[in-house]
Design a protein around this ligand. Structure first.
Ligand SMILES: C[C@H](N)C(=O)N[C@@H](Cc1c[nH]cn1)C(=O)O
Ligand SMILES: [Zn+2]
Ligand SMILES: [Zn+2]
Length: 478
């Protein structure tokens, strides 16, 4: 073990309760980027991070990103950038994370208040954002504090970029990263992002690929206002009926996307790639555990991993404007907006995907012979990303995993999306590593999101150890 790691690890253990308190304070701020009424909380969360970083001695800036496209009355939340350390003799690592969260309401089915960190008898820490992505973001701050309090020199210069719109497609951030690549981020030797999850619950992984995400809104309107279904049922084309028809044509029950042209864009599976799936530590039981049921489409490990990593998927998320409360309201909604997304993979091209989706949805709507009006648009898109894990950035992280968890990590891809990953790679020209903290059972985006105490505290050790090994790695670009 590198000699500085022992006192650092010891200090992380000593400070564990105060690190959990920091997470408790962060989770208590409902920084939901998709909810316009909560924009002030997103901004408050950015301020919280900025003041915590300042208290640790970092130079911090909160940079405005302008107005939210399509919602010009709303300012985008600032991006929080920080520098900790400016020693020309040290490597510089740029870390990215996000301080916004997915929506969460107790009535969605949460067992505890979503914005109150609640720890159960198995040390599972429940709360929105605990694993995605407040725990990992605070992990970097905690690593700084533990070094300071252990009297261990921080091994690298750290640049931070924490955004508040990731769960809404990272609006405004691409331009910012491109503009700052040769300014604030110019010293970065490599990039590290902690914002995804282990494949299972025991074995850590390093991640070198992500799917992209094209998110669509399809709106159907007709009647001038909501109608009484007794008075108007059977006399008017109903937007909800049309929408259900259109949505039902997008994907079959086995997950096959029915939009012509989409599956044809997928890169063929090579023998070399096929061989990568076998050695990964993953079982169908892992899937059942994280699904919370056995409702899996595939029952063999390799097909499951391929479905998550290398094939596209289409999910239907919800309908805005539809009656969704309890009870039995007999209304015909005048306008409904269906939301669905496609997770994209190599070699899909976002513009071509949009073209195929618009054409097909319009054709399917036309087949209904409805006199209602349909509009479809892509709310946001983010490109897929696959990199080479044969880089000193990954080697350093592997050594850190071995040190903290005593095992070699699996090399994985992720089914989710982090739209700015490819932007960082292209804008800085540096290697990007995804170093997850949370596990497969954390239920990110779902009810009862949690982060296990072990993953948080050992994860803080992992982030610090990674920085130490980065400092030792000779910089040879792969
Ligand atoms: C993997 C990451 N923690 C995450 O949750 N990303 C989101 C990003 C996104 C894309 N469109 C909207 N949000 C995700 O994969 O859904
Ligand atoms: Zn997320
Ligand atoms: Zn995230």
């Amino acid at each position: 073990m590198a000699p500085q790691l022992e006192p650092y690890f010891k200090k992380v253990d000593e400070l564990a309760d105060s690190f959990i308190d920091r997470l408790r304070k962060a989770v208590a701020i409902p920084s939901v980027s998709a909810d316009d009424d909560k924009r002030k909380d997103v901004v408050r969360m950015g301020q919280f991070l900025a003041s915590e970083l300042e208290a640790l001695g970092a130079e911090v800036q909160q940079r405005p990103l302008g107005k939210q496209p399509g919602k010009e009355h709303l300012d985008l939340p600032p991006v929080v950038i920080a520098r900790y350390g400016n020693d020309k003799n040290k490597r510089t690592i740029l870390v990215y994370g996000h301080y916004d969260v997915q929506p969460a309401l107790l009535e969605d089915g949460w067992a505890t208040e979503p914005f109150e960190l609640t720890i159960d008898d198995k040390d599972r820490m429940y709360g929105r954002g605990s694993t995605d992505d407040k725990g990992p973001v605070l992990g970097w701050l905690n690593a700084i504090e533990a070094h300071q309090k252990a009297g261990v020199e921080f091994p690298v210069n750290l640049l931070c970029c924490f955004e508040g719109m990731e769960e809404y497609g990272s609006e405004g951030l691409d331009d910012f990263i491109n503009a700052e690549a040769k300014k604030f981020f110019k010293d970065a030797d490599a990039v590290c992002i902690s914002d995804n999850y282990w494949l299972g619950t025991e074995k850590p992984c390093l991640t070198y690929g992500l799917r992209g995400c094209n998110y669509y809104s399809v709106s159907i309107s007709g009647p001038g206002q909501d109608l009484h279904s007794g008075v108007f049922g059977g006399t008017a084309h109903e937007p909800m009926t049309d929408l259900v028809n259109v949505l039902s044509k997008l994907v079959d029950s086995k997950g096959k996307i029915l939009i012509p042209g989409i599956n044809e864009m997928v890169a063929p599976l090579t023998e070399e790639e096929k061989a990568l799936y076998g050695p990964i530590a993953y079982t169908t039981e892992n899937l059942y555990e994280s699904l919370g049921s056995k409702a899996a489409i595939f029952d063999d490990k390799e097909r499951i991993l391929m479905a998550r990593w290398r094939y596209p998927s289409l999910s239907i998320h919800g309908v805005e404007g539809a009656f969704s409360a309890g009870g039995a309201k007999t209304v015909i909604p005048a306008k409904v907006i269906g939301k669905f997304s496609i997770r994209t993979v190599p070699d899909m091209d976002s513009a071509k995907v949009n073209e195929a989706v618009y054409k097909y949805v319009k054709e399917e709507f036309a087949k209904l012979g409805s006199k209602n009006k349909l509009d479809i648009y892509c709310q946001h898109d983010g490109k897929w990303w696959v990199a080479s894990p044969k880089h000193w950035n990954f080697t350093a992280a592997s050594k850190a995993v071995k040190e903290v968890f005593g095992v070699e990590p699996d090399m994985t891809r992720e089914g989710g999306s982090i739209p700015v990953t490819i932007t960082f790679e292209q804008a800085t020209g540096k290697n990007v590593l995804l170093l997850p903290m949370g596990s497969s059972t954390d239920a990110a985006h779902s009810i009862n999101e949690k982060l296990d105490r072990r993953n948080y505290i050992e994860g803080i050790k992992l982030l610090g150890a990674y920085l130490h090994y980065v400092a030792e790695e000779p910089i040879v670009e792969a």
